[in-house]
Design a protein around this ligand. Structure first.
Ligand SMILES: NC(=O)c1ccc[n+]([C@@H]2O[C@H](COP(=O)([O-])OP(=O)(O)OC[C@H]3O[C@@H](n4cnc5c(N)ncnc54)[C@H](OP(=O)(O)O)[C@@H]3O)[C@@H](O)[C@H]2O)c1
Length: 342
C-alpha cells in the first residue's frame, strides 16, 4: 500500500525535482497531487509517466493526503504548514520558517534520523538550508571520529538556490551581455552574469547575512551546539550545484588519510579525491546526482589538527528535494507515516 502525497510548490525548481525523485527512489505513492498558486491552476507537471495538473492551494483538501512535500516561501509556509498539519498529514517543509522551532525536528537522514520521533508534535518536519544540508553530511562522520572544534566555510552557491527567478536572471543577463542588452539586476543585488556576489539573503546587525547565520544555527541544532562555525556565503554564476571550501579544526588528531577513509564509508558521501585533473568534482558534475561529493582533502599545514576539503552537491537535490523525499522514506521505514484516513 502506498501513500497519498501532495507536492506544494510543484511548479518551482524544488517542487519539480521532488516529483522526479519520488519516482527515482520508488517511494510508495498511491495518489499524487500537484499544488501551487492560483496562477498555476491547470499547469501540467510530470510524475512518472503521468501528467498531473496543478490545483490552487486555497481549494485543496489536505485531509485527503498523508504527506505534504512543501516547497514555497518561508512566509507562506509559516501561514500554511500549521493549518495543513492540523488536518492530519505530515508536512516536510523546505523553507526556513520552521527550522529553529524547538517543536519541529530539523532533519538530514544521514545525520540525525532519530529526531524524526518529534515529527508528530506539530506534524511539521523542516529541511535545512541547501548549503547546510551538504555540509553536515560531510561533517557528521568526522565529528563522530575526532570531535570538531571549529569550521571555517566559504560557499559558492548557484543561482537555482534563489528559485526560478534566480535561474532566469542568470540566463537573461548572460544573453544580454553578448547582445549588448540590459543587464540590470532584479532578483540579485548586483549583476550575476560573469560576476560573483559576496552576499546572500539579508544583512543582520553583526554584518553577517541571514544565510550565513542559518548555516551555524542549523549545524548546531543537527550536530552539536559546541561546534564553532564561521562562514561567508557567495553567489556564483552557476545554474545548479553548490560548492563549499571547508576548513575543519578537530579536538584530537585526524589526518587526511584517516578522513578520506571515514568519508568513504559515510552515508550519502562520495569521495572523489585524486591528485589529477579528474580527481575532484565540480558543480556541473554534481548536477542531477544524489551524492554529497568530497574532494581535495588535505592536511592544513598552518595549524595542528586541521584539514581542508571541497564539498559539492546538487542544491536542488540533497539541498532540498532529495532530502525531503529521504525524510518521507525514513518516516515510512519507521512506520510513522500511517495513512491519515485509511
Ligand atoms: N532552490 C534551492 O536550492 C532550495 C534549497 C533549499 C530550500 N529551498 C527553499 O524551498 C522553497 C522553494 O524554493 P524554489 O527554489 O523551488 O522556489 P521557486 O522555484 O521560486 O518556486 C516557488 C513555488 O512556490 C509556489 N508559490 C508561490 N506563491 C504561492 C502561493 N501564494 N500559493 C501556492 N504556491 C505558491 C510557486 O507556484 P507558482 O508557480 O504558481 O507561483 C512555485 O511552485 C523556498 O522556501 C526556498 O528557500 C530552496
Amino acid at each position: 500500500m502506498g501513500y497519498r502525497v501532495a507536492v506544494v510548490g510543484a511548479t518551482g525548481n524544488v517542487g519539480r525535482e521532488m516529483l522526479a525523485i519520488l519516482e527515482d527512489v520508488n517511494f510508495p505513492v498511491d495518489e499524487i497531487y500537484a499544488v501551487a498558486s492560483r496562477n498555476s491552476i491547470g499547469v501540467e507537471v510530470n510524475y512518472a509517466d503521468k501528467r498531473i495538473y496543478c490545483q490552487a492551494i486555497d481549494d485543496f483538501d489536505f485531509s485527503k493526503v498523508d504527506v505534504v512535500l512543501m516547497s514555497v516561501s518561508g512566509a507562506f509556509s509559516k501561514e500554511w504548514s500549521p493549518k495543513i498539519g492540523k488536518q492530519g498529514p505530515i508536512v516536510i517543509d523546505n523553507s526556513s520558517a520552521w527550522r529553529m522551532d524547538p517543536d519541529v525536528p530539523l532533519i538530514v537522514p544521514e545525520v540525525n534520523p532519530d529526531d524524526a520521533s518529534l515529527a508528530r508534535r506539530k506534524n511539521i518536519i523542516a529541511n535545512p538550508n541547501c548549503s547546510t544540508a551538504q555540509l553536515v553530511v560531510a561533517l557528521k562522520p568526522l565529528h563522530d571520529a575526532a570531535k570538531i572544534k571549529r569550521v571555517v566555510v566559504s560557499t559558492y552557491q548557484s543561482v537555482s538556490g534563489a528559485g526560478k527567478a534566480g535561474v532566469d536572471e542568470l540566463w537573461d543577463q548572460t544573453k544580454a551581455v553578448f547582445t549588448l542588452g540590459p543587464t540590470e539586476p532584479k532578483k540579485f543585488p548586483k549583476q550575476i552574469a560573469f560576476n560573483v556576489i559576496p552576499f546572500i539573503g539579508s544583512f543582520n546587525d553583526d554584518g553577517y547575512t541571514d544565510e550565513e547565520a542559518k548555516m551555524w544555527n542549523e549545524t548546531h541544532k543537527m550536530i552539536d551546539p559546541a561546534i564553532k562555525l564561521t562562514v561567508t556565503c557567495v553567489r556564483v554564476p552557476v545554474f545548479v550545484g553548490h560548492s563549499e571550501s571547508v576548513n575543519i579544526e578537530f579536538e584530537t588528531p585526524l589526518d587526511e588519510d584517516e578522513a578520506r577513509e571515514i568519508l568513504r564509508d559515510a552515508p550519502g558521501v562520495l569521495v572523489v579525491d585524486k591528485r589529477d585533473d579528474k580527481g575532484y568534482i565540480t558543480p556541473k558534475e554534481a548536477q542531477g546526482e544524489f551524492a554529497v561529493y568530497v574532494s581535495r582533502i588535505r592536511n592544513d599545514h598552518s595549524a595542528p589538527n586541521c584539514l581542508n576539503m571541497w564539498v559539492v552537491s546538487d542544491n536542488l537535490r540533497k539541498g532540498a528535494a532529495l532530502n525531503a523525499v529521504q525524510i518521507a522514506q525514513l518516516l515510512h521505514e519507521r512506520g510513522m507515516l500511517e495513512r491519515a484516513h485509511a
